[in-house]
Design a protein around this ligand. Structure first.
Ligand SMILES: [Fe+2]
Length: 352
């Protein structure tokens, strides 16, 4: 299958992977033939690209059923909890919920493949809590790549899923406001890390590491973050990891289609913030852990030819193996493969 931008679909394609709604239900099943109205619906939901079948890329398989299923269960539980705020103060519901999250984290720990594609992690939705799952998955991958022990990874993942829970304590008009907040609203908004930490401290038997991570997830390495303006190592390691995952996820999921960063631009932005916003060493791990160009993605090379990413190269997130299918004039050619680790004179110039 291949990855196609939604605006380039002409209808009639076969969907390669299930599409989920924000609360974890399946919106469209893989194998569905896409129509104009399905495409419009996906665009309205903020979905920018989908996997569709392609004869020339039959061997490219990106589906990890188990992770999708676990993600779906986590989403369903989370959606129940978030719709019923009483449940947040119900210790039993919350600890049941955390158990399902831990299952997801354990699965990632045991099956984490290097160079996980950043595109695969994203869930398209406007709901804050949905993104907490993406942040959790990404943080878990980073923790795994940092060779943290199993217990710490679990704590990190739980902290990541709960990081924005303080937003449930803000007035809806502030938490869900589209567009800029005024000074007063912004001051309230900036309380959410603290409110979240207090909420979980009160309702859950949870370690100080998790509470600290929730409380510090908007701090920056240079001390210009909030709420405390902590600097460098004074910020907990979990918080430093969650910040990277959270920023990445936020900028790639802007509600405004035109303002959203593509994963490769967002990736560059994270690298640019290394040392000032983000912890340099964690950025290095982030760089090694995720692939920039996902499997099935069409790219243009510096010699003018175009092709699809068919395999990743471990430790070279931006140098995958490309199956070239178009020449410089964009004419179909007999496909051949280029390994960008071996062809060091070539680079990917754009996603097309
Ligand atoms: Fe936040």
């Amino acid at each position: 299958m291949k990855l196609e931008f939604i605006d380039r679909l002409n209808g009639n394609e076969l969907l390669g992977k299930n599409i989920f709604t924000g609360d974890g239900r399946i919106l469209l099943r893989e194998g569905t033939r896409l129509t104009e109205s399905y495409i419009t619906k996906m665009r309205d939901m903020g979905i920018f690209y989908v996997y569709v079948e392609d004869e020339r890329l039959k061997d490219v398989q990106v589906e990890d059923e188990k992770i999708s299923r676990l993600k779906q269960t986590t989403l369903e539980n989370m959606s129940r909890i978030m719709k019923n705020t009483n449940m947040i103060s119900d210790k039993k519901s919350m600890s049941d919920y955390i158990k399902t999250v831990e299952e997801l984290i354990t699965y990632i720990q045991e099956n984490a493949d290097i160079n996980k594609s950043l595109y695969d992690i994203q869930t398209s939705s406007n709901l804050t809590y949905v993104h907490s799952i993406d942040v959790c998955i990404m943080a878990t991958f980073i923790g795994h790549a940092m060779k943290m022990d199993r217990f710490s990874i679990k704590e990190l993942g739980v902290a990541a899923i709960l990081h924005d829970i303080g937003k449930t304590q803000l007035p809806k008009e502030i938490a869900e406001k589209q567009g800029n907040l005024n000074a007063e609203e912004l001051a309230r908004f900036k309380e959410h890390p603290y409110l979240g930490a207090m909420l979980i401290k009160k309702n859950l038997r949870i370690s100080d590491n998790i509470i600290k991570a929730v409380q510090q997830h908007h701090e920056r390495m240079d001390g210009r973050g909030y709420p405390y303006g902590l600097e460098g190592k004074a910020i907990s390691k979990f918080a430093r990891i969650i910040t990277i995952s959270d920023v990445y996820d936020t900028i790639t999921n802007s509600k405004d289609y035109k303002k959203a960063f593509s994963p490769n631009d967002a990736y560059e932005l994270i690298l640019a913030g290394s040392g000032t916003i983000f912890d340099e060493n964690i950025v290095k791990v982030f760089r090694k852990s995720f692939s920039v160009y996902p499997l099935g993605c069409c790219v243009k090379l510096s010699n003018g030819v175009e092709g699809y990413v068919v395999r990743q190269n471990e430790n070279f997130p931006d140098r995958p193996i490309i199956r070239v299918i178009y020449d410089e004039q964009k004419k179909d050619i007999e496909p051949y493969e280029i390994d960008l680790v071996k062809s060091i004179n070539l680079v990917i110039t754009s996603v097309v």
